[in-house]
Design a protein around this ligand. Structure first.
Ligand SMILES: [Zn+2]
Length: 652
């Protein structure tokens, strides 16, 4: 019998569980006295990935995410979160925080069965006092993660156990808060629990929940104070036990002021939020869109690393900020991280990942580097290089991104907050369910086509994010050009929509350059950052599993030169960059599957050499060079596991 393509099979599986008839699509706005969100989230079941995004989630399901519990004991059957005697801290909840949305967005019955086992244990084993999780865990922090998984599971399934369990849990926390105040990780991550508290408050209106939110705020670290006079202006060399400079904490903290503003209604919290982003990126921002944190904040040098947990937690924070503030700039920030450092630190088949990735990463190998305090295995690809937190936590990255790309507007219209192939079903002001098909190969292509299908003709606003990097953008509705398109804002189209209305969006992606460490430049095009394509020799260090499971440890060694300086016209640096499109490969984020390639002029710099198995000190630009000029190829950062991203340059 001829076997059906994997994509087709998965679509068949996906359709029933994600069907809107099975579970009502409810949008739940903030209840007074909370401030209103700029946008409201849609439940997971409202969105169905398509095209390359579906393929990406299927790759993830077929890789570590779909199999981790089958061989990694920390989320295996002996987990404390399944009633066993094993790991009873954050790893089980982390795994669920990503597996819940992955399972319900793909509709994969195998993953849904796994999710149910974990959810059932937590929901059926609440203590008589209201505690959740393994009895031996006395730390508030892992519970905060499980609460996030529970809220997603409730939205996906409508499970009636969740609201009572969470209600009893928060009463339990309030009763014990004075005797067992937040400490260590929980003290720096309190805002994540507040997010779940507000989720429940909007469903029950129980005012005691807001009392608990205030208690956590009082006990938690003052992130707004930290950034009002930010002192961490360079690499943290001796972090000791401090947690305010920890990368993952800083990624999680990026949502704090936005979440807290819902309770205070105070615009000073919004100002604090913008200041936090500005300060963090001013002193630690990297050309791939994330900030350096090779355990602790590490400055601007592109050979410093960023931990994978920092990448996915920063994405989750920005998704919340985008929803609460509705500022299009956060959509730009979110896409930049989702399309670059997220895939750039995972193998194309998502069977291995790094702990730390570098923008300038010319070798992944067992070697001590200038991390703030990570081990020598931090940038190899494997199961748990350096430490297993990322192994348990990375699963949330892609699924939550997919689930947050459409939202609803205050006037009960629909907002497209970030782009990618999907279908969405959402209710609008008059109660009509609107089905929108988004066809696109964005971010690899410039066009997005929407087909809007309201169940009956309906008046509502459709808001489209116009990225700040775009110019000469056109939007047509049924071939009629729309006026007032401003990059960095949402374009609001208010009309009476009919079945089959077509919206054509053209987002021209002219190549551009940006300035970084030592006056280096990075090349960007649309939301993608481009990096030198370096020949990769993947050497297996050892297998972690036997076939058909494919977990293994890998070093990646360069087989082609990397020490190039771009040769540019400083007045028109992007003018001579040629772009060429290729079909999207089966593995979109692999060197051979790269959907776009850029060609530039460059010359090798003989003095720029490898030091400590990494690119040596980045020369200050402009540089002098005498080697012959040659053409080099750049591919999307996410495709290039070895790469140069921040280039020195010399003038033409
Ligand atoms: Zn981690």
């Amino acid at each position: 019998m001829k076997s059906a393509p994997i994509l087709f099979l998965s679509l068949l599986v996906a359709a029933p569980s994600a069907s809107p008839q099975k579970h009502e699509i409810k949008v739940i706005p903030n209840q007074p006295p909370l401030a209103a969100n700029a946008f409201n989230a849609l439940p997971l079941t409202a969105i169905q990935p398509r095209g390359w995004l579906l393929r990406q989630l299927q790759i993830q399901s077929a890789g570590l995410s779909g199999h981790l519990d089958e061989f990694w004991k920390d989320v295996g059957p002996d987990s404390g979160w399944l009633g066993g005697a094993g790991e009873s801290w954050e790893r089980g909840p982390y795994f669920m925080d990503g597996l819940v949305p992955l399972a319900y967005l793909t509709g994969d019955g195998r993953l849904i069965a796994k999710v149910r086992k974990w959810m059932d244990w937590t929901l059926d084993h609440q203590g008589p006092d209201g505690a959740i999780g393994p009895p031996k865990n006395q730390d508030w922090w892992p519970n905060m993660v499980m609460l996030k998984a529970l809220t997603q599971f409730q939205e996906a399934t409508g499970d009636p156990r969740i609201i009572p369990v969470m209600t009893r849990y928060f009463e339990y926390h309030q009763r014990n808060a004075a005797a067992r105040p937040l400490k260590e990780w929980a003290r720096f991550r309190w805002q994540d629990e507040v997010l779940s508290i507000l989720w429940l408050y909007n469903r029950t209106g129980n005012p005691r929940l807001l009392d608990l939110a205030h208690t956590l705020h009082d006990q938690g670290f003052d992130w707004e104070g930290q950034f009002s006079n930010f002192q961490i202006t360079g690499k943290v060399s001796k972090p000791g036990t401090r947690l305010d400079t920890h990368g993952v904490n800083n990624g999680q903290a990026l949502k704090t002021a936005a979440v807290w503003s819902l309770i205070t209604g105070d615009s000073k919290d919004h100002l604090a939020l913008y200041r936090q982003f500005e300060e963090l990126y001013r002193y630690h921002g990297l050309p791939n869109g994330i900030f350096s944190a090779d355990e602790h904040l590490a400055g601007l040098n592109p050979t410093q690393g960023t931990e994978l947990c920092t990448v996915v937690e920063t994405m989750f924070s920005i998704e919340q900020v985008l929803r609460i503030l509705g500022d299009a700039a956060f959509g730009d920030r979110l896409e930049k991280i989702a399309f670059n450092p997220l895939p750039g630190t995972l193998s194309a088949d998502m069977w291995s990942h790094q702990y730390d990735q570098q923008p300038n990463q010319i070798e992944c190998s067992l070697s001590p580097r200038d991390w703030t305090n990570n081990g020598p295995d931090s940038n190899i690809f494997g199961l748990e290089p350096n430490f297993g937190c990322c192994t348990a936590n990375f699963h949330q990255g892609w699924p939550k991104f997919v689930g947050n790309l459409w939202m609803t507007t205050p006037s009960k219209g629909i907002a497209l907050t970030a782009y990618g192939p999907r279908e969405v079903r959402a209710p609008v002001a008059d109660g009509t369910i609107v089905h929108i098909v988004e066809q696109t190969e964005y971010p690899f292509r410039e066009t997005v086509s929407l087909t809007v299908n309201p169940a009956r003709p309906s008046q509502f606003d459709l808001q489209l994010r116009i990225p700040d990097w775009a110019s000469n953008v056109t939007v047509e509705v049924n071939s009629q050009p729309q006026p007032d398109i401003h990059p960095g804002t949402f374009l609001k189209i208010q009309r009476r929509w009919q079945k089959g209305d077509r919206v054509q969006i053209h987002l021209p992606m002219a190549p551009r350059v940006s300035s970084w460490f030592h006056n280096s430049i990075a090349v960007e095009r649309g939301p993608l950052v481009y990096a030198l394509k370096i020949g990769e020799d993947w050497k297996k260090l050892k297998d972690d599993t036997a076939p058909p499971l494919k977990s293994a440890e890998w070093s990646v060694l360069p087989t082609t030169p990397w020490n190039y300086a771009l040769v540019i016209d400083p007045d028109h640096p992007a003018q001579s960059i040629q772009s060429k499109e290729h079909p999207i490969g089966d593995y979109p984020f692999s060197p051979e599957g790269a959907p776009v390639e850029l060609t530039l002029s460059a010359r090798q710099l003989d003095d720029w050499k490898m030091e400590k198995d990494q690119a040596g000190t980045l020369p200050q630009s402009p540089v002098q060079g005498s080697s012959p000029i040659q053409s080099i190829q750049l591919i999307p950062y996410g495709c290039a596991k070895l790469r140069i991203t921040a280039f020195p340059w010399s003038a033409k």
